[in-house]
Write a protein that binds this ligand. Structure first.
Ligand code: ZN
Length: 241
């Protein structure tokens, strides 16, 4: 089975279309999405529609629940909050209910999906340090936890007593190790590389691979500015920050 795993689309239709076109070359059997379909950019409706057609196993991100009215908007910074208020106005009641009905955790054969940390997933903490990685490993009952939320791809590896972090490129899984794998962001990467992130997990080859694809972010930027959303939400797409 080959899984296409992606996260943090954030209403960026140009990035999502580029990723889906790239996945078409990869013999994907099943898609998994780790949340934040909406927020920041403008194509919330189309991104929700595409997610529904793909039928990925989906978990909620803070922006999905925030737009749907299930997570307090006070949690968000002013730019994110402004985009979420805008998003919740353009979506139908049915689409908002879809977003707020997304579960926090999904369990697969040997993996789990959660947007932030696996412990207290409803708090959407960033899993970006050894302390949080340790807490997630402590309750992880599978070999792999796939996460998103930070928009920075990377992997925490638990090898016996040792815990270490490394960048994600092509990872060969080893039976005696466990992994927390951040798949990065489709629609708003923040690791200094402006190309969209997507991951392929092959459970027969036992590999997890991060791929990047360039997309036309100038079109996304134009839509953000035309909608009157904060200029920073447009400029950061070029910077990958
Ligand atoms: Zn996000």
């Amino acid at each position: 089975m080959r899984y296409g795993i992606f996260s943090d689309v954030h209403s960026n239709l140009e990035a999502l279309n580029a990723v889906l076109a790239a996945y078409k070359q990869e013999r994907i059997d099943r898609y998994l999405c780790i949340g934040d379909i909406v927020g920041y950019a403008t194509d919330a409706h189309d991104c929700i529609q595409i997610a529904r057609v793909l039928k990925p196993e989906l978990v909620a991100g803070n922006h999905d629940w925030g737009a749907g009215g299930k997570f307090d908007l006070e949690y968000f910074n002013p730019n994110a909050k402004e985009a979420l208020v805008w998003t919740s106005k353009i979506l139908s009641r049915e689409e908002l209910d879809f977003l707020s009905s997304l579960p926090l955790v999904h369990s697969g054969e040997n993996f789990v999906l959660a947007h932030g940390t696996l412990d207290a997933p409803q708090e959407f903490y960033y899993l970006n340090n050894y302390y949080e990685a340790d807490r997630t490993f402590a309750i992880l009952e599978k070999q792999i936890c796939f996460v998103g939320h930070t928009h920075r791809p990377g992997v925490f590896v638990e090898a016996g007593e040792n815990l270490f972090y490394k960048p994600l490129s092509l990872l060969q899984l080893e039976a005696q190790k466990r992994y927390i794998i951040n798949v990065g962001s489709v629609g708003q990467p923040r690791d200094g590389d402006n190309r969209a992130c997507f991951v392929i997990y092959d459970n027969e080859a036992r590999t997890v691979e991060l791929k990047r694809i360039a997309y036309d972010f100038s079109a996304t930027q134009e839509k953000i500015l035309k909608a009157g959303l904060p200029e920073f939400l447009a400029s950061r797409l070029a910077d990958g920050r």
